[in-house]
Design a protein around this ligand. Sequence first.
Ligand SMILES: [Zn+2]
Length: 90
Amino acid sequence: MFGTIMHGPGDVRFEQVEDLKILKPTDAIIKLSVTCVCGSDLWPYRGLQPNEGPAHMGHEYCGLLLTPLPRSDRMKGKRQSVRGDQTGGQ
Ligand SMILES: [Zn+2]
């Protein structure tokens, strides 16, 4: 799969990354329909905040849930929106 990765100030690349894996029962895989760059990404992009190495960008998005959530199979295949504080950054 591809991801948008910030390597350092002003250095953002759309590149091949490792496929996602379900590691915990609370993990889910969502096929993104739309996403954006958050204002919090602009600080390290501009070099005004430390960048701790390559990091995924775009932590607020909408898409289709591809894996069932542990508490509800009903949501699989439905559209989801995710807040930045609910993601693991990938
Ligand atoms: Zn955000």
